[in-house]
Ligand binder design. Structure first.
Ligand SMILES: Nc1nc2c(c(=O)[nH]1)N[C@H]1C(S)=C(S)[C@@H](COP(=O)(O)OP(=O)(O)OC[C@H]3O[C@@H](n4cnc5c(N)ncnc54)[C@H](O)[C@@H]3O)O[C@H]1N2
Ligand code: MOO
Length: 446
């Protein structure tokens, strides 16, 4: 539970987001169209995999019993009666003393029970090409091969009817490929969330435009739109509005029906022109702590979450002022602080889990892993701290990190953010990190 001056801890705020995030409708899509989406139903194999017994090596399909006596002094000579490239349907009968030349992935003759790699034959010449050659008439072996050697049995990977992936998993490249291999053509998935991203602030101009005193480039909308795409969302609108509430109201209205979620930055704090708060929750008290009401008086069943947009102080640095809830039209809306590092951290902590939950993702909250820090820094007691960090260990070494910005979380350090490879996470109970301490880390690039 958060200290009295904050409404919630990171975890509590995440829970509210997860509880309210509206689940998106399902679709049936061809595999190739489903990349990056989340399975809405388990995907079941339609084929045994491998679909038939086949060779794991380019070599010779043999009857292992024929090779039992093979030795250097007395090699065994087998007659090669067939050539079996991958794709062949042939299943040549092999009498004792007969074998077939076979390539990796070709179906095993029913009569063979082992494969001898090409390189293990007595006359193997590493300098001579195999590609394009006719099979020789015979092969000589000078050692025995055991049954099942270099053989891949039908169904040893997956059986028809097996669950290849349960609902809730994302269709990453390796998972899509597994489904394709198991004969699956179509999948049930959740639709991509259509997300609108709006930066608020009268000081903002387009990146690259000249800035007069008081103005800055709008970097947050690009940050958030890129993050939305990485979370499987589709950016339905990206723009910026001034601190005039009418402008934000108009853009919210115009995207109704064409978006499932809205992400705003700026104007989330207690300032006089904090437009997001003025438009979304005009009655929300300015940075005060509303009374907590998350369970019944007897401490039993939690009361349903209040879906209206609420502005809360979360015990986190950066990212303390957070607006979140559902608009009257049902869209989820996040109002993130305008400081660029705050917006980045806020997205990763609170928006990403929500957008993933809307897609039915089984693990919407990203994992963090322990790493050792190379240096110390101060951390605010009572708030969890997130610090842009960079890996300083060499590849192959246990991970060690340092601050990317040398000023802790420095929420305004929009330029130095470029030095980060990830974020470090320090518990609320810590007021200082020392060199050699273990902190948590989330890698955001290699
Ligand atoms: N009296 C108080 N003041 C502030 C508090 C507080 O509790 N009491 N909290 C501070 C914290 S913490 C944060 S974080 C910020 C959040 O403020 P807002 O969400 O209202 O954001 P703005 O005031 O609009 O902007 C903050 C900062 O970020 C720059 N910014 C805004 N949008 C963008 C953008 N799209 N691209 C790049 N940079 C942007 C803006 O120019 C400001 O410098 O409030 C503190 N104040
Ligand atoms: O919470 Mo603010 O986001 O520290 O900079």
């Amino acid at each position: 539970m958060a200290e009295a001056r904050y409404r919630s801890t990171v975890e509590e705020h995440q829970r509210r987001v997860l509880a309210l995030a509206p689940l998106l409708p399902e679709d049936t899509l061809a595999l190739a169209e489903a990349a990056g989406l989340t399975l809405a139903a388990g995907a079941t194999a339609t084929l045994d995999l491998p679909p038939w017994d086949n060779s794991a090596m380019d070599g010779y399909a043999v009857r292992s019993a024929d090779t039992t006596r093979a030795c250097a002094e007395s090699p065994v000579r087998l007659d090669l009666i067939a050539e079996l490239p991958a794709g062949t349907e042939a299943d040549p009968a092999l009498a004792p003393g007969q074998a077939a030349r076979i390539m990796t992935g070709a179906p095993m003759p029913t009569d063979a029970d082992a494969v001898v790699p090409l390189e293990d034959a007595v006359d193997w010449d590493p300098a001579a090409p195999t590609a394009g050659t006719e099979p020789p008439a015979h092969v000589e072996l000078n050692h025995p091969v055991t049954a099942e050697r270099h053989l891949r049995r039908r169904g040893e990977d997956v059986r028809a009817g097996d669950l290849v992936s349960p609902a809730g998993r994302p269709l990453t490249p390796h998972r899509l490929s597994a489904l394709a291999a198991a004969g699956i053509a179509e999948v049930r998935v959740r639709r991509r969330p259509r997300v609108m991203v709006v930066s608020t602030g009268s000081e903002l101009v387009a990146p690259g435009e000249s800035v007069r005193r008081g103005q800055i480039p709008d970097s947050n909308s690009l940050l958030l739109a890129s993050l939305v795409a990485a979370s499987g969302g589709q950016v339905a609108h990206r723009g910026r509005v001034s601190d005039d509430p009418a402008e934000l109201q108009a853009v919210l209205r115009s995207t109704q029906g064409a978006s499932d979620a809205v992400i705003l930055t700026g104007g989330a704090s207690v300032g006089a022109h904090d437009v997001a708060r003025l438009v979304l929750a005009p009655d929300s008290p300015g940075g005060t702590v509303p009374s907590r009401q998350t369970s019944t008086p007897d401490g039993g069943t939690p009361v349903p979450e209040d879906p209206t947009v609420r502005f809360d102080r979360v015990a986190v640095q950066p990212g303390k002022p957070q607006g979140f809830g559902l608009l009257a039209d049902g869209r989820a809306v996040w109002s993130l602080p305008g400081n660029p590092v705050s917006a980045w951290v806020s997205y990763l902590l609170f928006v990403e889990p929500g957008l993933l939950a809307m897609q039915g993702r089984d693990t919407p909250v990203a994992p963090w892993y322990p790493v050792v820090t190379e240096e110390g820094w101060r951390s605010p007691p009572g708030r969890e701290q997130f610090v842009p960090a960079r890996v300083v260990s060499a590849p192959g070494e246990p991970l060690r990190i340092a601050q990317a910005t040398e000023r802790g979380s420095g929420s305004h350090l929009a330029g130095r953010m470029a030095r980060a490879t990830g974020l470090a996470r320090v518990p609320a109970t810590t007021d200082a990190v020392s060199a050699g301490n273990t902190v948590l880390y989330r890698a955001l690039e290699a």
